[in-house]
Design a protein around this ligand. Sequence first.
Ligand code: ADE
Length: 330
Amino acid sequence: MSFFQSFRKPKKEAAPSSSNRNQQLVDKMRLSDSMLLDPDSIAMGKLLGQGGFAKVYQAELGGKLAVAKVIPSEKLNDEMCYLLQNEVTVWAKIKHPNVIEFFGMACTEKSILLLCEYMAEGSLLERHDRLLKAKVEPPPMRVLIEQMQQLSSGMEFLHAVRPHPILHRDLKSANILCAEDGHRLAIADFGLARFQGDCGVKMTAETGSYRWMAPEVIRHEEYDIFCDVYSFAILAWEMLTYRIPFENKMPVEAAMAVARHAHRPEIPTSCPSKVKELIEICWHQNARARLPFSEISLRLAQEAALLASPPASPMAVAVGSEAVPPAFVG
Ligand code: ADE
């Protein structure tokens, strides 16, 4: 190589095209090969919904139903790319029956696609709305507790991720999806919630999430895993009632009432006392007084066991045909 060649002024590089930029972003995620999807293997279906920066479509991936979140290239500024990278890296590593499964990522000229499992029944919010309009009563407590156990199990799993727990930060009925049999629930959008919060895009009244937000988050104080425990308690209340929390207040009024005056929704009298007690601890004004999900799961399991085989009352023993009161045995 001659002296002049080595000192040649570098050619002015053309700005990377959006497809190059998208590809660079995908490369940075260091996904396993099986999670790097060929866009041609994805068949797009109907539009399911639209978020702040992504559109959500039904899709088919290798003959399997899926959901494609499509993020247009123009929304991917440097900060968004960095945060998306963070989230996908985490989401790709986790697998739990009560957390929406990540299938992989693809990139095209115009967008980045995130593929995840399809949940045929849609969100719990939509389901509650349908059932409330049809005047259908919430299911028996045994079923509700079983559903709460699923959500607690998914959250316990996310909070146990190391080195850093995954905080959902936007746990609410709209972010819980139901499988077609209506029995399996899975937590969705934990990645996007974190993504938004970190970007400085504050969760405002418009997002609607104020109704589920822990007092310390509303007050812009430091928060940790226990902000999700608060939101879980509000979500459990929604499951008991099918209603939107603080429905007679504007989201921002609800937030003020929660943060300043410790207002909470009213728990129906039909709720067993142990479940009421659990919800009340979980939405405690003091985050330190709330329970970790491991303990919530334990308490729900105890309540489920009790409902499956309630302790026989002394009267029930006495009226049984062949029953001998314990005092007379032996
Ligand atoms: N809407 C948003 N995400 C979805 C999913 N994974 N399944 C069904 N509907 C959805």
